[in-house]
Design a protein around this ligand. Sequence first.
Ligand code: 5RP
Length: 218
Amino acid sequence: MTQNELKEAVGRAAIAYIPDDCIVGVGTGSTANYFIDALAEIKGRIKGAVSSSEASVARLKSHGIPVYELNTVDELPVYVDGADEINHQLQMIKGGGAALTREKIVAAVADKFICIADESKLVDILGNFPLPVEVIPMARSYVAREIVKLGGHPAYREGVITDNGNIIIDVHGLQITQANDLESKLNQIVGVVTNGIFAHRRADVLLLGTANGVKTIK
Ligand code: 5RP
C-alpha cells in the first residue's frame, strides 16, 4: 500500500468514532483531508464540524458540511487529526502544516482526540521531525535565542504566515524525552503563541495505518 492509501484507510477508520447528531472537531493536513472526504459520505448523520484551519474550512464547505465557530459550540465529543510524529505514549509533534495553535485549541475542547497516521509517523522518541513553534512576528529573534539556550537549532520557516497572522520557527536537533516539560518550557518564552508538542493533551486513540491494516492503539 502507498502512504496515501494508508492515510485514506485511517481517515475512513475514524468514522467509526463519530457519534450521531454531533459536531465533529476536524484537523488539518493530508491525512485529515481523507477524513473530511469520508465524513462527507456520512454528513447526513452529523450536525457539522469545527475546524482547525482555513484550509479545512474550505474543504468541509466544498462538501456541504456546515462549519461552526468554536465559540458557539458547547460540546465536542471527538477531534480527529493527523500528526507529524507520535510516540508510544501517544504524545505528538504537530504543526507541519502551520495549524498547530488552532489544532491545540480544538483538541483541548474535545472529549476525545483520535489521531490518524500512517506507520511512518510512529517513533520511539519525538524530535526527528523539526518542532514547529508559532511566534508573534516581532519576537522572532528573541524567541530563537531562547530556543538555542534550551538546546534547539531554530530555523525560520520562510514565506509562511499562520491563519492567526504569526510566523513559524522550526526547531531542529531535539531529542524530546520529557515532552510535558519541554512543552511547558517553550510556552514560557515570551512571544511564543504555541508549540507543536501535544503532550499535556495527547491523543486518546491512535489509528495507525500499516501494511497489515489499521491498528488501534490506546
Ligand atoms: C498540521 C498538522 C498535521 O496534522 C501534520 O502536519 C500531519 O500532516 P499530514 O497528515 O499531511 O502528514 O499538524 O499543522
